[in-house]
Design a protein around this ligand. Structure first.
Ligand code: 5GP
Length: 206
């Protein structure tokens, strides 16, 4: 019997998880890791200082500003942006190399970064995380206690601007307080469905 072309292994996809500041992107990523799927979670780079408990190479690659600027000049970032006065950037090689080896890549990034990735890689799958309500989002932002007060106010107003960009995304997933499994399972199902597409999304990087 000849091979059935439609039964070839699914091509790897680039999934972007985003949403307003405070919605719980890190918690959702943590939960997705536990599912133990063959996904790669890139570590992005930043010039901000590590918060207590954060480790270099785990939460971020923590870089000095001049190191970061050198990498910009060498085009080592697929995307980079200045967020709250610090640089953040996605190492191009981590994404390209993992897609090449057949792994799906699940990237966590802020809303402006997600929009840039969609322009650069139109075939990427964009997922927007939202809280169950605006008041829930604000109370999560307030409970983080990692920021000074004026920074918190700035994050609330940024979150409002970010929420208004939901239409640029392919999917929206609700991250309800106390129901993290539901958000992770929904994302798992989305990725599963995307991998079953007859005409796959080919994430080609420039
Ligand atoms: P935080 O300093 O709280 O860890 O992150 C601040 C924001 O920067 C978050 O919304 C986070 O998702 C975003 N961020 C992290 N890495 C990148 C990146 O490589 N590019 C962009 N544009 N945003 C990023």
């Amino acid at each position: 019997m000849t091979d059935i072309p439609e039964a070839n292994p699914a091509v790897p996809i680039l999934v972007v998880i985003s949403g307003p500041s405070g919605v719980g992107k890190d918690t959702v990523i943590h939960e997705l890791r536990k599912l133990d799927r063959p996904w790669h979670f890139p570590v992005t780079a930043t010039t901000r200082l590590p918060r207590p408990g954060e480790q270099d190479g785990k939460e971020y690659h923590f870089l000095a500003r001049d190191e970061f600027e050198k990498k910009i000049q060498r085009s080592e970032f697929l995307e980079y942006a200045e967020v709250y006065g610090n640089f953040y950037g996605v190492p191009r090689s981590e994404i390209r190399d993992n897609l090449k080896t057949g792994k799906d890549v699940v990237l966590k990034i802020d809303v402006q970064g997600a929009a840039t990735i969609k322009k650069l890689v139109p075939e990427s799958v964009l997922i927007f995380l939202i809280a169950e309500s605006k008041s829930a989002l604000i109370s999560r932002l307030a409970n983080r206690q990692t920021e000074e007060l004026d920074d918190l106010e700035r994050r609330i107003s940024t979150a409002e601007t970010e929420l208004s960009r939901i239409a640029e995304f392919d999917y929206r997933v609700i991250n309800r307080e106390g129901d993290i499994h539901d958000a992770a399972n929904t994302i798992d199902s989305i990725i599963c469905a995307e991998k079953a597409r007859l005409i796959p999304r080919m994430a080609e990087l420039i």
